[in-house]
Design a binder for this molecule. Structure first.
Ligand SMILES: Nc1ncnc2c1ncn2[C@@H]1O[C@H](COP(=O)(O)OP(=O)(O)OP(=O)(O)O)[C@@H](O)[C@H]1O
Ligand SMILES: [Mg+2]
Length: 252
């Protein structure tokens, strides 16, 4: 479903003392293959390159090098076709906070050229799905953090994407809301949606993902099933494997 070959992203990072441009390599030769209907986790400490990878996969930033292929179709040259296939839950909440919940959904449905009957039905269906139907006329600003996260998910699903990217979808949520989002992710996977998610909650990846990739400082360390990682490194859980491989204790 998703193939990534030798993906590289360089950022300009100011000047050095000799006034030469400094280049920071945020993603350094990443290779991945993710199957249809798979829930795949991208793990790594702060600055590992997770968000940059998602931004390249979702066309928010251009790769410096490398290839991205969706279902055998190269991303380059087929952007509008692939945009219809993918949905994105960004790391940072980016609604127009002065619009109402329903208006935000409406805006996105229109951006995807959905007709008025389909828009109405789909918005009602999704707001029910994330249990926000009661808030349709509320300003987004007045929602709690957990409600905003659920609305981000509903918004990303408006055009029935086949692939969903979720960048820290459960950050800072209470355990009950996190579990509700886990339920939504599982339901989407059952419906055949491929999910690529990032998280700092390693037990969340262990619980949800068939396979995970562990990155550090732009480089892929390894890809395996959570069980495969634990067996390979003789650790009781994925969090201990993560700490062992990245030398990083996760901040909570
Ligand atoms: N627009 C940018 N300009 C310059 N450097 C950037 C830019 N965006 C990201 N970086 C750098 O690229 C590296 C990877 O950042 P990225 O946001 O992809 O990490 P991440 O794994 O998502 O981290 P986090 O867990 O903190 O969200 C970091 O060193 C970051 O400072
Ligand atoms: Mg990030």
């Amino acid at each position: 479903m998703i193939e990534v070959e030798n993906l590289v992203k360089d950022f300009y990072d100011g000047k050095d003392k000799d006034n030469k441009n400094v280049i920071k390599r945020a993603v350094d030769g990443l290779n991945l293959k993710i199957g249809k209907g798979e829930v795949f986790g991208l793990l790594g400490p702060n600055g590992a390159g997770k968000t940059t990878t998602i931004k390249m996969l979702t066309m928010l930033t251009a790769p410096t090098e490398g290839k991205i292929i969706y279902d055998g179709i190269p991303l380059k040259g087929n952007e509008s076709k692939i945009k219809r296939l993918i949905g994105v839950v960004p790391q940072y909440i980016n609604f127009d906070q002065d619009l109402r919940v329903g208006e935000n959904m409406e805006l996105h449905a229109r951006l995807h050229h959905m007709g008025s009957t389909e828009r109405k039905e789909r918005i009602a269906e999704l707001l029910n799905y994330v249990e926000l139907a009661d808030t349709v006329n509320e300003n987004v600003r007045s929602l709690s953090g957990g409600m905003k996260r659920r609305l981000l998910i509903a918004r990303a699903l408006i055009h029935r994407p086949k692939i969903l990217f979720m960048d820290e979808p459960t950050v800072a949520l209470d355990p009950q809301v996190r579990r509700r989002i886990w339920g939504l992710i599982r339901q989407m996977a059952r419906e055949g949606v491929t999910v690529l998610l990032t998280t700092h909650y390693i037990e969340e990846a262990e619980e949800l993902c068939q396979r995970v990739a562990i990155m550090n400082k732009g480089k892929l360390i390894d890809i395996d099933t959570p069980k495969g990682f634990c067996e390979k490194h003789n650790k009781p859980n994925l969090e201990e494997v993560f700490i062992h491989l990245t030398g990083n204790k996760i901040k909570r």
